[in-house]
Design a protein around this ligand. Structure first.
Ligand code: UTP
Length: 292
């Protein structure tokens, strides 16, 4: 039996430059898809997968994320006194319990690999889940739960992957596929942003990982790679020579909410999936599209 994964890491220290000016004073991870912040989707997905410890790598201007996962006494009191018990129940249900959330700061945004490395003391010597909160999924069960099911059989490191249009590989990290079924195949290599002709497959790394703690040692020795940042993929390329990496082609679909098109599409798709909004929203969208 592989060692249980209890801890999830959420890197939320990036600058979110693609969403300026919205992200000048507000974290990108607090942008909402319908009425829930991006970070809430990732935390819910981790909780569904059995995670008990939520580690946030924050930075300047990110204090509101910490507040979001804290009790808001005045708000709760007001909701209770106005009889809004449904909203109150929802707020309370979503809150990590006391001691379940930890926060540390990445003082400079030196890249995703560096952000993950900042979690080393809080994670310790155990496997951990890594969820990039700007990647939001429509998936049942959640993508991390599907990956955890594979991990129970294989142990080691797990990467969630999805098919990309072969012409678009140069925007993504792409894995090389070895033996095994869709829900647990051997990953034999990975390439960051290959041209279509050089891509080893059309399976891209979509922001969900289960990693072994040896990644921290490798990250601590890492020099800056593409864009002057410490890249997670560079460290994984070293770790894959020492440990197994398994790919899980999950059931579901990712929306890259760090890009405007992904974010806007997610809002439309998620709203059309909400019984309380779907009919009215569909009518409004149809009318709006008809007027162009
Ligand atoms: P992105 O690659 O989307 O970068 O980060 P970004 O800075 O947030 O956004 P743009 O490209 O400037 O618009 C993916 C995830 O990794 C985190 C981000 O907060 C985001 O959740 N991240 C990135 C860090 O925590 N630290 C970093 O140094 C870089």
């Amino acid at each position: 039996m592989p060692k249980r994964v209890r801890t999830a890491v959420f890197p939320v220290a990036g600058l979110g430059t693609r969403f300026l000016p919205a992200t000048k004073a507000m974290p990108k991870e607090m942008l909402t898809v319908v009425d829930r912040p991006l970070i809430q989707y990732a935390v819910d997905e981790a909780r569904e997968a059995g995670i008990e410890h939520f580690v946030f790598i924050t930075g300047r201007n990110k204090g509101v994320i910490e507040d979001h996962f804290d009790k808001q006494f005045e708000l709760e009191h007001t909701l209770a006194s106005r009889g809004k018990s449904e909203a109150l129940d929802e707020l309370q249900r979503e809150l990590p319990q006391a001691g379940q959330a930890s926060f540390t700061r990445q003082q400079e945004p030196l890249g995703l690999g560096h952000a993950v490395w900042c979690a080393r003391e809080l994670v310790g010597n155990q496997p951990f889940a890594l969820l990039l909160p700007d990647m939001v999924f429509q998936a049942k069960p959640g993508v991390m739960k599907q990956m955890m099911d594979a991990y129970e059989n294989t142990g080691g490191n797990i990467i969630g992957v999805e098919e990309v249009n072969p012409a678009d590989t140069a925007s993504y990290g792409i894995v090389a596929r070895g033996e095994g079924p869709d829900k647990g195949f051997a990953i034999t290599g990975m390439v960051e942003k290959p041209k279509p002709a050089d891509a080893p497959s059309n399976l891209f790394i979509s922001g969900r990982y289960i990693l072994q703690p040896e990644i921290f040692t490798i990250l601590s020795q890492q020099t800056r790679g593409t864009g002057g940042e410490i890249q997670l993929t560079d460290a994984m390329q070293v770790l894959i020579k020492q440990q197994s990496f398994t790919g899980v082609k999950y059931d579901g679909r990712v929306f890259d909410c760090g890009s405007k098109i992904g974010f806007l599409t997610a809002n439309v798709v998620f709203a059309l999936d909400r019984p309380d909004l779907a009919d009215d929203f569909r009518r409004e969208v149809k009318a709006a599209i008809g007027s162009f």
